[in-house]
Write a protein that binds this ligand. Structure first.
Ligand code: KIV
Ligand code: ZN
Length: 514
């Protein structure tokens, strides 16, 4: 890398982010997010873990075929089989990277790997040597780095750089580090490893103590790292990873302090956030920095007065710079097919055939009959709905009638198809949503347990569509179902059936780190 002040943004939404409970995605969904990450201009997209499952392999291959601007990366354990699989999946990529890892902390080596430190060192060395047969762009991570012994780390890192690793990624796998210590550790490692200048140093932080962004920035400012690994909305295992939108906007807004540049097109941040939230079913909390619905809302009178006089009094970033202006009325009932198609293409949605455009347009007209203003978020929801239908759903929503009145037990009658056959069921419940679920379950008997139910207004007004996420669990498997509709009980029924479809699906995602 020629410019020492240019920071690499490595996005792992499609790999580490996907390891969040229920966040597994289909190949098409992953490709859609990868295209958005390319529009966002992330430098590296970690598209998955090729050896983890055939589905992940295919998704990496598909992303490698369509994304041209960003480097595509696959994770692999430090063994020949995983590395060969990663290389095969990445074959079509214009620029490819293999990211291999092995645990180096005493706890992980003894309890998880049951290996001696010398064996771990040798395996790391051999993995890089083997990966070199496939690409020159190789990243190595000593897993659980922040709890590893420094002398041992120095030996491992020197060895892998000598074998040809070009990026050394230092992970705080369990979110244990604190900023000053983390930054100083990276600085010491860079000082002590004799060939450290032959690699770019990277940070990968988890958010268990809410410090992932702070640790990443310390790794850069104190430690001299020049790559940050992060995910959209901070998605990721347990409490998640470093949030891309937060580190990028911290680096941009405080460029006076960090004196670093990033290649990100920040106006694509909010569209990326909404897309990831919609596809994974992980809603963004309203007070979330940068991408939360309230991030630029000023409720207090004093603040509003200040903002009207001079925006800078209370705002350090401009909403439009992170893409909030994209949330505008785009189409309505009278909009034609061409306008709809043009808007799809502006949103980066490429439907493969005219038949798919026709189907999406039919869904759009249907929605426009019930909702006066159609926002970008509505269009993205329509597209997501179409993708689900193409997959060939086992359960499919048909119609719903619902009655609730003060003092009466809510009642729902739901029609839906199961394996192509239509069923109608009625039930009462504690509320209209409970009644709807009871009705569906009286026929489906799915055995699913409802872990979470959330409802959001897609575009923030009372005319908005409701977007519902349900998290369901069965036999240890956890999935998220998402549904949207101007009628929130219908949205809930669609979300519930979409969750049941995922539980029903034969293609089981393998969680790579389990
Ligand atoms: O958190 C972690 O240690 C990881 C590695 C595979 C980089 O995700
Ligand atoms: Zn991780």
């Amino acid at each position: 890398m020629s410019d020492p002040n240019r920071l690499i943004i490595f996005d792992t939404t499609l790999r580490d982010g996907e390891q969040s409970p229920g966040a597994s995605m289909t190949k098409d969904e992953k490709v859609r997010i990868a295209r958005q990450l390319e529009r966002l201009r992330v430098d590296v997209i970690e598209a998955g873990f090729a050896a983890a499952s055939p589905g992940d392999f295919e998704a990496i291959r598909a992303i490698s075929s369509v994304v041209r601007e960003s480097t595509i990366c696959s994770l692999s354990r430090a063994n020949d089989r995983d590395i060969a699989r990663a290389a095969e999946a990445l074959a079509p990529a214009a620029r490819k990277r293999i990211h291999t890892f092995i645990a180096t902390s005493p706890l992980h080596m003894q309890m998880k790997l049951r290996m001696e430190p010398e064996q771990v060192l040798e395996q790391a060395r051999l993995a890089i040597r083997y990966a070199r047969n496939h690409t020159d762009d190789i990243e190595f991570s000593p897993e659980d780095g922040s709890r590893s012994e420094e002398d041992f780390l120095c030996r491992v890192l020197e060895a892998v750089i000598a074998e040809g690793a070009t990026t050394i990624n230092f992970p705080d796998t369990v979110g244990y580090a604190v900023p000053q210590e983390f930054g100083e550790r990276i600085r010491r490692l860079r000082e002590r490893v004799p060939n450290s200048d032959k690699a770019i140093w990277s940070v990968h932080c988890h958010n268990d103590l809410g410090l992932a962004v702070a640790n990443s920035l310390a790794g850069v400012a104190i430690g001299g790292a020049r790559q940050i690994e992060c995910t959209i909305n901070g998605l990721g295992e347990r409490a998640g990873n470093t949030a891309l939108e937060e580190v990028v906007m911290a680096l941009r807004t405080r460029a006076d302090f960090y004196k670093l540049t990033v290649g990100i097109d920040t106006t694509q941040i909010v569209p990326a956030s909404k897309m990831v939230s919609q596809i994974t079913g992980f809603a963004v909390q309203p007070n979330k920095a940068v991408v939360g619905a309230n991030a630029f809302a000023h409720a207090s009178g004093i603040h509003q007065d200040g903002i009207l006089k001079a925006r800078e009094t209370y705002e350090i970033m401009r909403a439009e710079d992170v893409g909030w202006s994209a949330n505008k009325i785009v189409l309505g009932k009278l909009s034609g097919r061409n306008a709809f198609k043009a808007r799809l293409s502006e949103l980066g949605v490429e439907l493969e055939s005219e038949a798919e455009v026709n189907d999406a347009f039919a869904r759009f007209k249907n929605l426009a009959d019930r909702k006066a203003e159609i926002f970008d978020e509505d269009i993205m929801a329509l597209v997501a709905q179409g993708e689900k239908e193409q997959v060939g759903e086992y359960y499919r929503f048909v119609s719903l009638a619902q009655r609730s009145e003060t003092g009466e037990l809510p009642h729902a009658r739901v029609s839906f198809t199961m394996d192509g056959k239509e069923h109608t069921a009625e039930a009462t419940g504690d509320g209209p949503v409970d009644a709807m679920i009871n009705a569906i379950e009286s026929k489906a008997n799915s055995g699913a347990e409802l872990l979470l139910f959330t409802i959001n207004a897609i575009s923030g007004s009372s005319q908005s569509q409701g977007e519902v996420t349900v998290r369901l669990s069965r036999n240890g498997r956890i999935v998220n179902g998402v549904g949207s509709d101007p009628d929130i009980v219908v949205a809930s029924a669609k979300a519930y059936l979409s969750g049941l479809n995922k539980l029903q699906s034969k293609v089981e995602r393998v969680n790579p780190q389990l």
